[in-house]
Write a protein that binds this ligand. Structure first.
Ligand code: SAH
Length: 349
């Protein structure tokens, strides 16, 4: 008995993992071991964050992108993407609605859209902070110069999400066009952390060419960077991309990895993502039960939601913000958790 679970206990106690243990935890068919992993991770999250789930209002403000990531539905080469960008006023309107619904974090996510110069981003950030000084603003707008990140921080942005996508150089090259590099991505993450952002890295589970070895490198990278947030969700093929024929990541692997990351980095803010909700009707609930502690309901105007399609079959594209907010609340209550109207900052050790 004791012996079978030792692998999880060791992970929890040392907050480290070796490649053999990772392989075992990702492949074991032993249901009791899988459940034990999930339970330890869930209890770890509860010890730090209780039964509270933080909510973030996600505003997808532009789907123009100058990058050409091979997996992404809004890559520049996708001529089928129906492009849009929200105006500053549209964005403030989303925040107004979100504030009324109890959101105290707004996440501005978009493609790398040159229209949104540093000046425009700063105006939007400071405009939100002026109107809602009790709210956190998270940016997720890709790779920028350090000076740009500094400007956003000075304008009042609190957090920045930039998934590293994979910590293995060759794997990175297979998912991205040649003008992009892992080295630069990692540099951006270090800059963000140094500037003082609560910083998030992360990756897609089951991305094409991912292996246990590359996942091992992802976990080592997380341990090295010590980000405040880690965003992971299943890869889901998008029909207009070069990777359209590839297999999607699975619920099972995503849940196992959420649990492993919770145990490796107990205090991390760990979202149960929309992509997880897309591959399984109860994916987001199961993500929380596997150790996640954040959900990100969509606040984007319904008129544009259908257009922000990073992957196929994305859920909730027809729902109003209020519906998403209350649907999420019901879902969380259904598993014994509470969504809270708080900024939901990182809790230091
Ligand atoms: N331009 C920003 C935001 C990217 S979209 C940036 O570069 O950070 C946010 C995340 O969606 C990406 O980091 C990627 O991991 C994920 N994503 C993109 N395409 C996807 C797909 N086909 N399936 C699942 N997740 C995807």
């Amino acid at each position: 008995m004791q012996h079978r679970y030792e692998i999880v206990d060791r992970l929890e106690q040392t907050q480290k993992i070796d490649k053999e243990s990772l392989a075992e935890l990702l492949t074991t068919e032993d249901q009791e071991l899988k459940e034990y992993l999930s339970k330890r991770a869930r209890e770890t999250a509860q010890r730090i964050y209780g039964n509270q789930v933080y909510i973030r209002g996600l505003i997808e403000f532009t789907n123009y992108c100058k990058n050409d990531c091979l997996y992404c539905g809004i890559r520049r080469s996708n001529s089928h993407a129906d492009r849009y960008r929200l105006s500053r006023e549209d964005i403030f309107q989303c925040c107004k609605e979100g504030y009324g619904l109890g959101f105290r974090t707004f996440v501005l996510q978009g493609g790398e859209d040159p229209y949104f110069t540093d000046e425009r981003i700063c105006e939007i950030v400071s405009g939100i902070k002026e109107r809602y000084p009790d709210c956190a603003v998270t940016l997720s707008i890709g790779e920028k110069e350090k000076e740009s990140y500094q400007a956003y921080f000075r304008a009042g942005a609190d957090r920045y999400l930039l998934r590293h996508e994979t910590a293995n150089e060759e794997h990175y090259q297979k998912l991205h066009p040649k003008e992009m590099s892992l080295k630069r991505r990692k540099q951006c993450l270090m800059d963000l952390k140094e500037i003082g952002f609560q910083t998030g890295c992360g990756f897609m589970v089951g991305s094409p060419y991912q292996t246990i070895d590359t996942l091992y490198e992802d976990l080592q990278f997380i341990l090295e960077l010590q980000p405040q947030m880690v965003g992971i969700g299943p890869f889901i093929p998008q029909k207009d991309t070069p990777l359209k024929e590839m297999q999607a990541g699975t619920l099972d692997q995503t849940l196992r990895l959420l649990s492993i990351i919770r145990l490796l980095h107990p205090t991390a803010l760990l979202p149960s993502t929309t992509a997880l909700g897309t591959i399984h009707p109860r994916g987001r609930e199961l993500g929380i039960l596997a150790g996640a502690n954040v959900v990100m309901p969509n606040l984007s105007p319904v008129a544009v939601r259908e257009k922000y399609k990073l992957y196929d079959n994305k859920i909730c594209t027809g729902d109003e913000a209020a519906e998403c907010r209350f649907c999420m609340q019901r879902r969380m209550e259904g598993i014994g958790y509470q969504v809270v109207e708080a900024r939901g900052d990182y809790k230091k050790k």
